[in-house]
Design a protein. Structure first.
Ligand code: NAD
Length: 277
């Protein structure tokens, strides 16, 4: 039972004693998530592929909560590097309880201009990268099983998807396909792993203010255009997503299995139909 002393910045330590890994944790949604997990009491591995300085800043912020953290460089689309990353975590922290497969990127082009390299890069990082991270985490979850004092489940995998899991997106066929794939991968893994008491779920952000979509919010005109797509009429912040990850990874949502939680200010509510149709 959490006590008042466990509270920090108003967040009850829902994840006390758990070990979490966040990929792509040195820019945008990743750092906010890694910090929120630390604030909730988890030890955290901060994965990055470039930008060690930013990763170390995130580590320092997490350590301020009195939990352990370190940065680990790895390309999530490289099998050997993902295997080594999780192996090191098991060695240093003893195990893993929460895998947040967050790393992702865009390589935008209209289909007639899109190179195979652009297609492949996005699939490799956004889909294959999540598969590799989920697979390595699942092996350790199954090996260890449930430890009741830590969590009711044997482990949690949180896939960072997107509203483009279900909203088609012209000029971004590689990205939308990768996220559609993440949705089905998540459900299939959830079905396969649930008997092991492993919970696999996805968070699908709408428009969140990060470097990946700077063009969509960095000028007042662009932001006004974007807000037309958001019934709640605000662009999301990385903390909106970080809080959702903490909730879905915690035992409060222990019966939530194979679900996509849309955190999008209503973007998936077909806003174009609000005044007609
Ligand atoms: P971001 O560009 O700020 O962060 C992406 C992170 O992934 C960076 O740290 C980057 O270095 C890392 N990364 C890229 N390739 C990698 C690789 N091969 N190995 C390891 N790390 C790698 O963007 P963000 O908005 O924070 O995106 C995070 C996730 O959220 C992505 O999966 C993205 O698709 C998803 N998402 C974002 C939004 C949004 O509006 N920002 C909306 C929907 C979904």
């Amino acid at each position: 039972m959490a006590t008042a002393a466990d509270k920090d910045h108003g967040t009850v330590q829902l994840l006390k004693g758990q070990k979490a890994l966040v990929t792509g944790a040195n820019s945008g949604i990743g750092p906010a998530t890694a910090v929120a997990l630390g604030r909730a009491g988890a030890d955290v591995v901060v994965n990055y592929v470039v930008g060690a300085d930013e990763a170390e800043k995130v580590v320092a912020q997490i350590k301020d909560f009195g939990v352990r953290a370190y940065a680990h460089e790895a390309d999530v689309s490289d099998e050997d590097q993902v295997v080594a990353m999780v192996a090191r975590m098991v060695e240093e922290f003893g195990t893993i309880d929460i895998m947040v497969a967050n790393a992702g990127l865009q390589r935008d082009a209209n289909v007639t201009e899109m190179t195979l390299a652009q297609w492949q890069k996005v699939i490799d990082v956004n889909l294959t990268g999540q598969f590799l991270c989920a697979r390595e985490a699942a092996k350790e979850f199954i090996r260890r099983g449930v430890v009741e004092e830590v969590s009711r489940s044997a482990g949690k995998i949180v896939c960072m998807s997107s509203v483009h899991q279900i909203i088609p997106w012209s000029g971004h066929v590689n990205y939308a396909s990768s996220k559609g794939g993440v949705g089905m991968m998540m459900q299939t893994l959830a079905q396969e792993l649930a008997p092991h008491r492993i919970r696999v779920n996805a968070i699908a952000p709408g428009a969140i203010r990060t470097p990946i979509n700077r063009d969509a919010w960095s000028t007042p005109e662009a932001e006004a255009d974007l807000l037309r797509l958001i019934p709640y009429r605000r662009v999301g912040d990385p903390d909106d997503i970080a809080n959702a990850v903490v909730a879905v990874a915690s035992d409060l949502l222990d019966y939530v299995v194979g679900t996509t939680l849309y955190v999008d200010g209503g973007m998936t509510l077909f806003p174009g139909f609000a005044t007609g149709g």
